[in-house]
Design a protein around this ligand. Structure first.
Ligand code: FES
Ligand code: CO
Length: 342
């Protein structure tokens, strides 16, 4: 197994001082974006997405003329027309036509809308509101792109919760034998074994062993969790893994999109090198839906809604909460951005 380079000495060295706007965030599943403008939000900023022959484009959802939402308008060949007075904008955000000025009318140089960087990756549309400080998170050992591996993503879940709280929940070992005791309990029971949590250039990583199953946990700043599991029994085999399946590897990802401080869209995706003939819905689609529902009630109830990043707040257990402790230290290195990370 290849090991990611460890270049940080403490959590969050690489992102110190960054604001949340300086990261790529997933905003939409690719199936949610078509050739007509559609409204989304990221970090409280209204954005409009559409797709033309050259790919996906993202703009601030605000017409420069009178502040109308451009997502109310329409698009043709990637040219976006505002619903209010019909100004037209090209894919660079420049205004190319103002009907009230007639053909050849001089368009003011300032007539342009704000464009954001946007790309498609892992079946999702990612947007950066400002120049990003890191790349889009890459899967452990680039497993998503590896030969012999099948990946799939599902439509996002929306929780009335802060993205930091949701991210911490996705990497929380201690709740598995409580919230999910009927679905995905730790095989060794509720006691959490000692496990090392180490800083990495992208965030943090931990290894965990549960019965015959080896886990690798990664949190990529600020809101991505990968969980790679080796040693799982093939899908449909009852009773969990009893060993002998070390070559079976699956990795799931939870990409948390901070819509605003109270709302998070969670994009789940997974890939695997076994049980390839099993439909995705059977493999983990149904299970993931149930697991998300169980977590949602818990995380939406958490107060304060924001995740406290100062370790003196709330109460931590050294071993069981080791990943969360590292994660909160990581977040504490970001620049404070109002209600997202007070
Ligand atoms: Fe958009 Fe007037 S508000 S064209
Ligand atoms: Co859970």
């Amino acid at each position: 197994m290849s090991v990611q380079p460890i270049t940080s000495r403490s959590f969050g060295d690489q992102i110190a001082g960054a604001s949340l706007a300086e990261f790529w965030h997933p905003v939409a599943h690719v199936s949610e974006v078509g050739d007509q403008p559609t409204a989304f939000s990221l970090l409280g900023e209204r954005i409009v997405l559409l797709r033309d022959a050259d790919g996906v484009v993202a703009f601030q959802d605000l017409c420069i003329h009178r502040g109308v939402a451009l997502s109310l308008g329409s698009a043709e060949g990637g040219v976006l027309t505002c619903a209010y007075h019909g100004w037209k904008y090209d894919r660079t955000g420049a205004c190319v036509h103002i009907p009230q000025l007639g053909e050849g009318g001089a368009i003011p140089r300032k007539a342009r809308i704000r464009k954001y960087q946007a790309v498609e990756k892992y079946g999702l549309v990612w947007v950066a509101l400002e120049e990003p400080r890191c790349d889009i998170p890459s899967w452990p050992e680039d497993m998503w792109e590896a030969p012999g591996v099948h990946g799939h993503s599902i439509l996002p879940k929306e929780w009335r919760a802060n993205a930091g709280r949701a991210t911490e929940n996705a990497a929380d070992l201690s709740h598995l034998n409580f919230v999910h005791r009927d679905l995905i309990p730790l095989q060794d029971g509720p006691v959490i074994h000692e496990h090392v949590v180490e800083p990495t250039e992208y965030g943090l990583r931990s290894m965990y062993r549960d019965g015959p199953v080896s886990w690798e946990w990664q949190i990529h700043a600020p809101f991505t969790v990968f969980a790679k599991k080796s040693g799982l029994a093939p899908a449909g085999e009852a009773g969990g893994s009893t060993g002998g399946f070390e070559q079976n590897v699956m990795c799931w990802a939870a990409f948390h999109s901070p819509v605003d401080e109270h709302l998070t869209r969670i994009f789940y995706a997974s890939c695997r090198n076994y049980s390839l003939d099993v439909p995705d819905a059977e493999y983990d689609g149904k299970l993931v839906g149930l697991v998300f529902d169980q977590d949602q009630v818990i995380v939406e109830s958490q107060r304060p809604e924001h995740i406290p990043v100062e370790l003196r707040e709330e109460l931590h257990l050294k071993v069981p909460d080791a990943i969360a402790l590292g994660y909160r230290q990581l977040l504490s290195r970001l620049s404070r951005v109002g209600p997202y990370l007070p």
